[in-house]
Design a protein around this ligand. Sequence first.
Ligand code: IMP
Length: 423
Amino acid sequence: MRKRNLAVIGLQWGDEGKGKIIDSLSRDVDVIARFQGGNNAGHTVVVRGEKFVFHLIPSGILRPGKTCLLGNGVVVDPRVLISEIESLQKAGISVGPENLKISPFCHLILPYHRLMDTLREGDRDKKIGTTKRGIGPCYVDKVNRCGIRMRDLICPERFSQVLAENLRQKNPIFEKVYGHEGYELDALSREYLEYGRTLEPFICDFTEYFFPRREKLCVLFEGAQGTFLDVDYGTYPFVTSSSVIAANARLGSGLPFVRLDAVLGVAKAYTTRVGEGPFPTELSGKFLDFFRQRGVEFGATTGRPRRCGWLDLVLLKRAVQINHVTELVLTKLDVLDGLEKIQVCTGYRREGKKLHSFPDELRGVLPQYTEMPGWPGGVSGARSFRDLPAQARDYIRMIEEYLEIKVRYVSVGEKREAILSQE
Ligand code: IMP
């Protein structure tokens, strides 16, 4: 049987634990491709007691013989990419042009994008709480057709010409509007062209390289962020600047000619969010402390404490539909250990009235909860669904029934082997 090409997509606001699932599934695929976002993402994977945090490179790089891609939809900060390559190499992981390929169409993050991200955020009446990595301003330049791409990095003449044009436009804004120093062409050119020399061997024409072998490839499309941070389908304007949903996987990966056979939607057994924006099941007080401490809910990229809340099935159902999820992955079930009662949001109310369709504005909706019993002991030692306490299985069954979709994997701990699967 031909192996399936699959996408792994976050169904909440990011940080669902996709990294660990991707690490596990990447064993059975040939290619792992990122298709959007940049180093605003952060995946933590623990292998043999060693912790790896990835911001750009797919976590599949840890497996020998796999090819990892940064597709055209990804925005690349070359400084970050080079330091990630070097720190992996230092840890003894092999990273080279044979197992890491970068699309020439990836847009580059420049220092002025990072600065603009910070300055714009400072200006906003309603903060978004961006990661300040320059992601938004880089995508702005991409659609404004003044972006600088990976292919320009290896062509000094073209690079300097596009950079000069950008500085001509941007420096007066920094200087006159923000009272900030502008950027100097020569210094910035030298710095980036040096990055270009390091990255040149990794740049690859994906169509030429992969099209002839498209039928034989088995691809895992690695999503970053989560559905409700999607620039179109998320809680706009409190979103990231790219399309994070499954429909963008083929387009942004640079493999539009590869079929997508399955979509694995990843959700935490509760909900978290970093940054600003509506969050109906958000908790405060002792339950917030419980989730934050137990789940170590601090951003992998910025270290910010995450907002935490109960599982929201109304939101998840929407995400299942938007991504056409075929199988569900539930992560961090072990974090719920020890709770006497667990609340699950199964409906919304606004101004005292039950909402019968998904609201166009999440702000101001009140969650309606269904109460479930907690379970005795812990689930982290479980290695199959049968090992789980009956109450934990009931919790999973309730989710399956509401979402009308099978929970295929449950993660019960940090380690690679702490993933249970059911056929
Ligand atoms: P930006 O992507 O840095 O522009 O940030 C926009 C919003 O997305 C902010 O609320 C960030 O906290 C959030 N965000 C971006 N990337 C991630 C992620 O990987 N996990 C969780 N939140 C993220």
